[in-house]
Design a protein around this ligand. Structure first.
Ligand code: GLU
Length: 280
């Protein structure tokens, strides 16, 4: 079996990441499998090289060992352009010019005619991307959710984690008020929603072990897998670390950055004690 730990280097790793890494690496070890490290840095507006560097140092300090080479998503934009381009060909997506502000003000994205914007020009733009150089698009591309859901058959996934244990029908998580999701951003020509499932397929990930805060993303990822013919892994969403106020720890809680804890003299064992004390 194979799982992965897939952090996004948008800040320094904090203690919640230490727990997530441990869950994934321990899971693989218990099953005699492998845990890959994957750097999810397609969002160049938020990810920084310095965070990636310190991420390796933190994981190393904690004692993790991962197979090489590590897949760094920002080096694989052409891979992500392919499924986006295929979805254009299949008429399951549409261009959308609405800004975040438009949507906040109540405007709703809706399928236009892909031909209006010249699908072939869009595809050419996408396929022009090179490694380390992301494509940019004149507009964002959204998945036509109702149409996509009509296209595929049963859509179930299994979670074997402590919080969402069971077999779920992904369709039950969609609702007609859902906004059609962006699958290719203007500035990167892809999105986290395409890159993650693509890599789980490409890297033959059989179990996705990750925090329960990501459970809500699963139905859409399962839909994308079904559309693309990528197998759906088994999911294990683990519990999260909470602070004393019962809030999820986040990168904003700077005091929990692994780098600061290390500099303050804490040992990896202290970190594991903390994860045990605060996990739910
Ligand atoms: N890169 C994502 C994050 O750091 C995790 C993605 C995943 O595990 O599927 O939130």
């Amino acid at each position: 079996m194979r799982t992965r730990f897939a952090p996004s280097p948008t800040g320094f790793l904090h203690i919640g990441h230490a727990l997530a890494a441990k869950e994934a690496f321990d899971f693989a070890q218990a099953k005699g499998g492998q845990c890959l490290l994957r750097i999810e840095d397609t969002d160049h507006t938020r990810c920084k090289e310095a965070f990636t560097k310190s991420l390796y140092a933190d994981l190393d300090w904690l004692g993790f060992d991962w197979p090489l080479p590590v897949r760094v998503q920002s080096q694989y934009y052409p891979d992500y352009a392919k499924p986006v381009s295929e979805l254009i060909d299949r008429g399951l997506v549409y261009p959308c010019e609405l800004t975040r502000k438009d949507i906040k003000e109540g405007k709703r994205p809706h399928p236009g005619n892909m031909k209006d914007i010249d699908a072939s020009a869009l595809k050419a733009q996408l396929l022009k991307s090179s490694h380390q150089d992301c494509p940019t698009l004149p507009v964002a591309i959204r998945l036509n959710l109702p149409k996509a859901l009509q296209t595929i058959g049963p859509l179930s996934f299994e979670d074997i984690g402590p919080i969402h244990k069971g077999v779920h029908d992904a369709r039950e998580f969609f609702d007609q008020n859902d906004l059609d999701p962006v699958i290719a951003r203007k500035d990167i020509g892809c999105s986290y929603m395409i890159a993650g499932p693509h890599d789980d397929w490409k890297q033959e990930i059989s179990y996705v072990v990750r925090g329960a805060d990501l459970f809500h993303e699963t139905p859409l990822q399962v839909l994308i897998q079904a559309l693309m013919g990528w197998p759906t892994p088994i999911y294990y969403h683990h519990g999260l670390m909470m602070n004393e106020a019962g809030e999820k720890l986040s990168k904003r809680n700077l005091d929990t950055a692994l780098q600061s804890l290390r500099e303050a003299g804490q040992t990896p064992e202290d970190i594991w004690d903390m994860t045990r004390a605060y996990s739910i």
